[in-house]
Design a protein around this ligand. Structure first.
Ligand code: AMP
Length: 369
C-alpha cells in the first residue's frame, strides 16, 4: 500500500519535506533565467495547499536541469523560488538537489542532510519517481511518508490503463528511436489491441519490411527486433505515405517507398487520417512521441492530426509526457485529453514494469510497513 496525504494523521506544526518536480523549461542568459512555463509549479499547489492549510511547515525540494553535481548558475533555483513565493508564500524551497552529487549518487550522507529536522516526507514528483536518487528513495527509509496528489493521480490513471483498460486499447508511439522504446513497445504489445507507430522510429519498421527509406532515421541494429514485433499477434499500423525533403532539400510528399536521398520527417496526410480514425474508434488511447519533426511547422501536420483526434475521441486518453505533451500544448489541446502525464520517462517505465523505485520506497515507509 502507498499512503495518501489523508493517511498522515495530524500534520499541524510538523515539518514536511515535499519532493516536487519543478524542472521547468527556462530561457534567457545563464545568470538571469526566465521560466517559460510554470505548469509544473502550479501542478504541485494542490498538495502544498493541502499541507499548509492544515498547519504544516512545508519545505520543497526539486532537481532542475542536469548540473551533474556542481553549482551551475544556469540551474540556480532562484527563479523557481521567486515564482513559488508568489503562488505559495509560506512554502520554502531548497537549492537544486542536483548541485550535490549525493542526489544522483543516492548518498546516505546527503539523505541524512535532507531529512535533518524533518518529520514527514511527501513525494509528489512523478516525473522523477523512476530514478533511485537520494531525495526519492532515501527519506521514506526513516520518515512517515505519503504520495502527494499529483503522484497519486498519475498512479490511478496508469494502473487502470495497464491492468484494466477499456477496449479497444490503442497505443500511439512516435519519437526518434526504436531502441529507446523497445522495452515499452514489447510491454504494450501484451496489453494493447492495436499499435500505431509514427515518428522517426517508423523508418526502422519500414526498413524491416524491406521498404526503401532513403536517408531517413534508421537504426540498423534494431531491424530484427522490429521484424519480431511485426510478426506478433497485435496489429501494428505503420504510415503508408510520408512527408519530408527530397534529395534537393525541397518539401515533398511520398508514398511508402522513399527515393534515394529523400528524408522522411512526418507521416503523410493519408496516414494521419487513418491513424486518427483508429483513435476515434478506440475506447482507451495512450500516446507517447510525436509523429514527425513537429518543431518545424512544415512537419507538424501529422502530429497535429493525431493530437486533434486525441482531443476529439470519446476514448479515455492519456498522453505520456515529454515531446507529445509539448506538442499538445503547442496546438492548445492539452486541456482536451483526459490525462497528461507529468513524466515522460516515468510513465513509460511504469507501463513497462508496473512499478517504480519511488513507489517501492513509499511502500516501505515506516508508517506503512
Ligand atoms: P524522442 O525524444 O525520442 O521522443 O523524439 C522526439 C524527437 O523526435 C522530436 O524532437 C522530433 O522532432 C523528432 N522526430 C520525430 N520524427 C522524426 C523524423 N521522422 N525524423 C527526425 N526526427 C524526428
Amino acid at each position: 500500500m502507498i499512503a495518501k496525504l489523508e493517511d498522515l494523521g495530524d500534520v499541524r506544526g510538523k515539518t514536511v519535506l515535499v519532493r516536487t518536480d519543478f524542472n521547468v523549461p527556462m530561457s534567457g542568459p545563464d545568470d538571469d533565467r526566465i521560466i517559460v512555463d510554470d505548469f509544473r509549479i502550479r501542478s504541485a499547489l494542490e498538495t502544498l495547499n493541502w499541507l499548509t492549510s492544515r498547519g504544516a511547515n512545508v519545505v520543497c525540494a526539486t532537481h532542475l536541469g542536469r548540473p551533474k553535481g556542481k553549482k551551475v548558475a544556469k540551474y540556480s533555483i532562484a527563479p523557481v523560488r521567486k515564482r513559488l513565493a508568489e503562488l505559495a508564500p509560506s512554502v520554502l524551497l531548497l537549492e537544486n538537489l542536483r548541485f550535490n552529487e549525493g542526489e544522483e549518487g543516492n548518498d546516505p550522507n546527503f539523505v541524512a542532510k535532507l531529512v535533518d529536522g524533518v518529520d514527514i516526507y511527501v513525494n509528489d514528483a512523478f516525473g522523477a519517481a523512476h530514478r533511485s536518487h537520494a531525495s526519492i528513495v532515501g527519506p521514506p527509509k526513516t520518515l512517515p511518508s505519503a504520495a502527494g496528489r499529483l503522484l497519486h493521480r498519475e498512479l490511478e490513471v496508469l494502473t487502470e490503463l495497464r491492468s484494466n483498460p477499456k477496449r479497444p486499447f490503442v497505443a500511439v508511439l512516435g519519437g526518434s528511436k526504436v531502441s529507446d522504446k523497445l522495452g515499452v513497445i514489447q510491454a504494450l504489445m501484451k496489453v494493447v489491441d492495436q499499435l500505431i507507430i509514427g515518428g522517426g522510429m517508423c523508418f526502422s519498421f519500414l526498413a524491416a519490411k524491406n521498404l526503401p527509406i532513403g536517408d531517413s532515421l534508421c537504426e540498423l541494429d534494431q531491424l530484427d527486433a522490429c521484424r519480431q514485433l511485426l510478426s506478433g499477434d497485435v496489429p501494428i499500423h505503420l504510415p503508408e505515405d510520408i512527408v519530408g525533403l527530397n534529395k534537393s532539400g525541397e518539401f515533398a510528399t511520398f508514398g511508402v517507398r522513399l527515393p534515394d536521398g529523400a528524408k522522411g520527417l512526418d507521416i503523410g496526410p493519408g496516414s494521419a487520417a487513418a491513424f486518427a480514425d483508429i483513435i476515434m474508434n478506440a475506447c482507451s488511447v495512450f500516446w507517447n512521441g510525436p509523429m514527425g519533426m513537429f518543431e518545424d511547422e512544415r512537419f507538424a501536420a501529422g502530429t497535429r492530426t493525431v493530437a486533434q483526434a486525441m482531443a476529439d475521441t470519446k476514448a479515455f486518453t492519456v498522453v505520456g509526457g515529454g515531446d507529445s505533451a509539448a506538442a499538445l500544448a503547442q496546438f492548445r489541446l492539452d486541456k482536451e485529453v483526459d490525462h497528461v502525464s507529468t513524466g515522460g520517462g516515468a510513465s513509460l517505465e511504469f507501463l513497462q514494469l508496473g512499478d517504480l523505485p519511488g513507489l517501492v520506497a513509499l511502500r516501505g515507509a515506516p508508517n506503512v510497513k
